[in-house]
Design a protein around this ligand. Structure first.
Ligand SMILES: Cc1ncc(COP(=O)(O)O)c(C=O)c1O
Length: 374
């Protein structure tokens, strides 16, 4: 594999396909998959991830922004693209031109889309979003009696989907998820009895897929489980999800230092023994979070070595005193597997008080993505 830069992210497309197939097996026949590839496929690189998922059988794609949807169309993605964040004023032309499907949660937006569709002489499909307990986007259920008749009159819009979003699916012991399903079923009843026939009904994100029956739904919206990042708490070891991203760098310089030597900005690490320190060309500008200062670990030759001192913008120092025979140029694994050892996104997230999603999304644009197993 060519090393393009000192630090790169290896993206394993075979692992991605495996995770997609796991989801398909779990949901069974009669349910379609909308692959969530927003935020550059959670930092994995949508330009390769989306075509790989399309080839694997993804039925629809989900993005946050109209701009992300346009980029997918320009890549040649032909499946329906759901814009989860909806259409903001002025984006109606792109919605029409690139055949995007906005999520609808606002009546002004509905009016704007309807006029644009009328002017273009072409209807716009949308998915109606109802808030069953997330408290974020979506019409409150109490408003449906007012909203549905208005939508019914907008002849240039077509309700292609009805959706909601789960708030605590990653905590299966909580009763809210069951309640949200019940409310969603009531909403479905109300919407269909008002004369709408949405082709898709969906509420489940990854944790929703793996935590309970998808009663009444015929579409799921996995994101993090495609990337092998649904690995915490109740989902640990539950199924054979594979990590898709490895973040890799190399030793740029080695230095032997006597006891009492301060290392990196602020001298937050001071050697207590004769030490060997390796400089690694990765920093917070690459997504190696500064909270890993004096607390992260990396893998070299399949063994762990601790981060020593402050993580800088472009550099991180690692104490390799306990490892034998480390050389300049040796590979350093910041995330993922090296031999028997592994640094999971979950471990990294726990160290910085965050979630696997953020670990992946933080890997910045300047880190080249190298796609393997196409
Ligand atoms: C509306 C919506 N659906 C689905 C997803 C995918 O969720 P997950 O990555 O937890 O599977 C997201 C992600 O945030 C979302 O906002």
């Amino acid at each position: 594999m060519p090393v393009l830069r000192p630090t790169w992210a290896e993206i394993d497309l075979a692992a991605l396909r495996h995770n997609f197939q796991e989801i398909q097996k779990t949901i069974g026949d009669g349910c379609d998959v909308l692959a969530v590839v927003k935020a550059d496929a959670y930092g994995h690189g949508a330009s390769q991830v989306a075509p790989a998922l399309a080839a694997a059988g993804a039925d629809l794609f989900g993005v946050a922004l109209v701009e992300e949807g346009v980029a997918l169309r320009k890549l040649g993605i032909e499946q329906p693209i759901l814009v989860l964040g909806g259409a903001f004023p002025g984006q109606e032309t792109d919605i029409l031109e690139y055949r995007l499907t906005p999520v609808l949660y606002d009546l002004n937006c509905a009016q704007r889309l309807d006029s644009a569709a009328r002017n273009a002489g072409r209807p716009i499909d949308y998915h109606l979003k109802v808030d069953t307990g997330m408290g974020r986007l979506g019409f409150r259920m109490e408003r449906l009696n007012e909203v549905l008749p208005i939508l019914k009159k907008l002849n240039n819009l077509n309700m292609n989907g009805l959706m909601s979003h789960l708030a605590v699916a990653d905590e299966p012991e909580k009763p809210l998820t069951g309640l949200q399903y019940q409310l969603f079923s009531d909403v479905t009843e109300k919407v269909t009895s008002s004369g709408f026939q949405p082709r898709y009904r969906h509420i489940a994100n990854s944790a929703g897929i793996y935590s309970r029956e998808l009663s009444g739904c015929n579409l799921v919206r996995p994101g993090i489980s495609l990337y092998g990042g649904l690995t915490g708490g109740p989902f640990a070891n539950q199924f054979t999800q594979q990590p898709v991203m490895r973040l890799v760098s190399q030793v740029a310089q080695l230095k032997d230092l006597p006891p009492g030597s301060g290392i990196s900005y602020g001298h937050r690490f001071v050697t207590t023994r004769q030490s060997r320190v390796a400089a690694i060309p990765v920093g917070y500008a690459d997504g190696y979070n500064r909270l890993l200062t004096n607390c992260g670990e990396v893998l070299i030759h399949g063994h762990r070595a601790p981060v020593a001192g402050t993580v800088c913008m472009d550099w991180t120092l690692v104490d390799v005193t306990d490892l034998s025979d480390v050389q300049v140029g040796d590979q350093v694994t910041l995330l993922g597997r090296d031999g028997e050892a592994m640094i999971t996104a979950e471990e990294w997230a726990n160290r910085i008080g965050s979630i696997t999603y953020e670990v992946f999304c933080q890997v910045s644009k300047r880190v080249p993505r190298v796609f393997v197993n196409p």
